[in-house]
Design a protein around this ligand. Structure first.
Ligand code: ADP
Length: 284
């Protein structure tokens, strides 16, 4: 009887071991697939600007010099420069995410006031808002102290506010940045009254290279005109999410088609705060 019991126990243990092994293999396989997809997406994103640069150079070299004015050459160079800048942005973002994946990054943490970061980001993006004819404003910006890397936090905020402006083109439209506190959390809200994002895209929005327009086009199998995507890399939100997570925080999005989007970042405060009376009054 004892032997039978032992035998059974051993079978159970083998069974458990095999199941654990299966799970580990499945996780490894999924990780490999993600890495492969990431490499494929990265190559694709870099190939587009490279192709454009090649075409521009070929055209400039093969066209008869009599047809080309110095002004034409200058315009060609400017287009090449823009593509070059796009590639630099992609490569820098990829490097940052790769370092984040392998833990090879150092956060230079210090006491940071979120209202300073929010105000500075809004000021830096005012010209972009003007260019898009958007009103960019701030709501309540109370002093909220957190332990954080000012440069990274500012990058996160810039990515979110820049998106809100970029995707909310139109006279009379608004983007608003505000801060509130909820117990031990500091909350940054970036709200716009732009086109909004459909529910089916929301679960993937923070995935690397995910872009709403591109996804729609892929599914419908149409050709995508370059101009339909406002110069995005699809990496901005992944980076913003990584920065929020690396500060012990979280990032959320709420969006309604036709009504706009609300991105919310929650970060742990150094000291618990009593919510300000105007906390529930949103700025749009
Ligand atoms: P991108 O470089 O394309 O802006 P992001 O990762 O920053 O990449 O954003 C992913 C996608 O999420 C964007 O391509 C856009 O479709 C959508 N998106 C982000 N922010 C907004 C917003 N405020 N309003 C509408 N769509 C947005």
């Amino acid at each position: 009887d004892l032997r039978r019991r032992l035998h059974l126990r051993r079978r159970d243990e083998f069974g458990e071991l095999a199941a654990t092994f299966d799970q580990m293999l499945a996780r490894l396989e999924a990780a490999f697939k993600r890495q492969n997809q990431f490499a494929a997406d990265a190559s694709h994103e870099l190939r587009t600007p490279l192709t454009i640069i090649n075409l521009e150079i070929n055209q400039a070299l093969t066209q008869s010099t009599q047809l080309q004015t110095p002004e034409n050459y200058r315009e060609t160079l400017e287009r090449i420069q823009a593509e070059n800048e796009q590639m630099t942005t992609i490569v820098n973002s990829l490097l940052l995410l790769a370092r984040a994946d392998t833990g090879q990054f150092t956060l230079h943490k210090e006491e940071v006031d979120l209202s300073d970061i929010a105000l500075a980001s809004v000021e830096r993006l005012l010209p972009l808002a003007q260019q898009h004819q958007i009103s960019l404003a701030t709501g309540e910006l109370p002093e909220l102290l957190i332990e954080g890397d000012a440069q990274h936090l500012s990058r996160m905020l810039m990515n979110l506010v820049e998106n809100a402006i970029k995707y909310t083109s139109g006279v009379g439209k608004h983007v608003c940045v505000e801060l509130t506190a909820e117990k031990s959390w500091g909350i940054i809200r970036i709200q716009d009254d732009g086109p909004g994002i459909a529910d089916n895209h929301l679960p993937y929005l923070f995935d690397r290279f995910y872009r709403v327009d591109k996804a729609r086009t892929r599914r419908q199998g149409e050709a995508q005109p370059e101009s339909a995507q406002p110069g995005g890399t699809g990496l901005g939100l992944s980076i913003a999410q990584w920065i929020a997570h690396s500060h012990g925080g979280e990032i959320y999005v709420q969006s309604t088609i036709g009504a706009g989007s609300l991105f919310e970042v929650r970060l742990p405060l150094i000291e618990t705060k009593v919510p300000s009376p105007g906390a529930e009054r949103h700025c749009i």
